[in-house]
Design a protein around this ligand. Structure first.
Ligand SMILES: N=c1c2ncn([C@@H]3O[C@H](COP(=O)(O)OP(=O)(O)OP(=O)(O)O)[C@@H](O)[C@H]3O)c2ncn1[C@@H]1O[C@H](COP(=O)(O)O)[C@@H](O)[C@H]1O
Length: 108
């Protein structure tokens, strides 16, 4: 089990956004703007879907890592912390997903 956490990744990404130069993929991607980062995230998500439907576990791990990395860049650029996302996920633990879905249905 790796000790590397999503907060560690977020720290690396934030440092590159603040101090990175042309040798940094994070910085060069971010300099293309939020829309480009979002597009890249979408591409990686599609590659993750392809790995999943192919039942290819090694590919799935690799593509999921790409998704998480690009999502971390996207969140950081937008000033959103993973802690905010985790707090939202924690809030949701008080209710099942199906209960939440039912609560969103418009009254008949
Ligand atoms: N986890 C990652 C990570 N995952 C994926 N990638 C990069 O994401 C890119 C996406 O790959 P693709 O093949 O889809 O795209 P590409 O052809 O390289 O890019 P495009 O020309 O399509 O834009 C690759 O260049 C990968 O190296 C990452 N780049 C950086 N990190 C982390 O960020 C840290 C800082 O990296 P730098 O910013 O490069 O210093 C690294 O030490 C890692 O911890």
């Amino acid at each position: 089990m790796s000790d590397f956490t999503i907060e560690d990744l977020e720290g690396v990404v934030r440092a590159r956004l603040a101090n990175g130069d042309e040798t940094s993929y994070t910085k060069t991607l971010a300099d293309k703007g939020l829309d480009k980062v979002a597009e890249k995230f979408g591409e990686e998500a599609i590659e993750t879907i392809i790995a999943a439907v192919r039942r290819a576990s090694d590919e799935l791990i690799s593509e999921t890592a790409d998704v998480i990395f690009h999502l971390t860049v996207l969140l950081s650029l937008q000033g959103v912390a993973w802690a905010d996302v985790m707090a939202e996920l924690e809030r949701r633990t008080s209710q099942s997903g199906l209960e939440e879905k039912a609560s969103r249905k418009a009254p008949q």
